[in-house]
Design a protein around this ligand. Structure first.
Ligand code: GLV
Ligand code: MN
Length: 215
């Protein structure tokens, strides 16, 4: 009986591990051929015999992103578009720079969990759980601290120091995607009808039009 239970537990563990990750690649690598016009889930593979070291390389994450914008932050992605060797591997990175009190505004990644490491500065970070609880979970992070934003949940980071800050994020998808809440709601093209947003946010059309004009 004990052995049956042990085998069952082991099977359940293995199964849950399989379910918790992307499917395994079927070859050592599949460097993205971004010039191919065949549409598949991801990119088609470059001929492996033509693959070179630079296909697995991205240089430049030591450089600060330009934070001169209304929110005072910049995400420098190292996703499959920037690093073709990531194709099919289920992982990507980003550098996030913040000017003093700069904000990486509320957003979500439709395909990835994010693990953020603070390299310099002090960040307040937070995310909100799904309906109906909508619990807000937040923390102040210092250099060397690591925080996880669970897949698809709305989250943000804000520099709460008077000096520049930056963080490195790892994301569990070659193409995590970024959905910035304010941009999708107020900056869609074409616009969502003002009356829909008036009802959604229980506010006036002047306020909605003003918000739409900013995105
Ligand atoms: C990282 O990609 C982030 O936007 O937080
Ligand atoms: Mn993020």
């Amino acid at each position: 009986m004990a052995r049956v239970f042990t085998s069952f537990t082991l099977l359940a563990l293995v199964f849950s591990m399989v379910m918790a990750t992307d499917t395994s690649p079927l070859q050592d690598f599949c460097v993205a051929d971004t010039s191919d016009h065949v549409f598949v889930n991801g990119f088609t593979c470059k001929n492996p015999s033509l693959v070179e070291a630079n296909d697995f390389y991205f240089g430049g994450l030591h450089m600060k992103g330009n934070t001169s914008n209304p929110v005072g932050s910049r995400v420098t992605p190292v996703f499959v578009e920037q690093l073709p060797g990531l194709n099919t591997l289920g992982i990507a990175m980003a550098r996030v720079d913040y000017e003093p009190w700069g904000l990486n505004p509320p957003h979500l990644h439709p395909r990835a969990t994010e693990v953020l490491t603070v390299v310099k500065g002090t960040l307040e970070v937070g995310f909100v759980t799904s309906n109906p609880e909508n619990r807000f979970i937040s923390k102040v992070l210092h250099e060397g601290d690591v925080f996880v934003f669970p897949m698809k949940l709305v989250h943000y980071q804000r520099n709460i120091g008077n000096t520049n800050a930056f963080a490195i994020s790892t994301l569990s998808n070659q193409n995590p995607g970024i959905v910035t809440i304010a941009n999708v709601v107020f900056g869609s093209k074409p616009k969502i009808s003002t009356d829909i947003l008036v009802k959604t946010f229980q506010t006036s059309s002047d306020i909605i039009s003003n918000l739409q004009s900013k995105f």
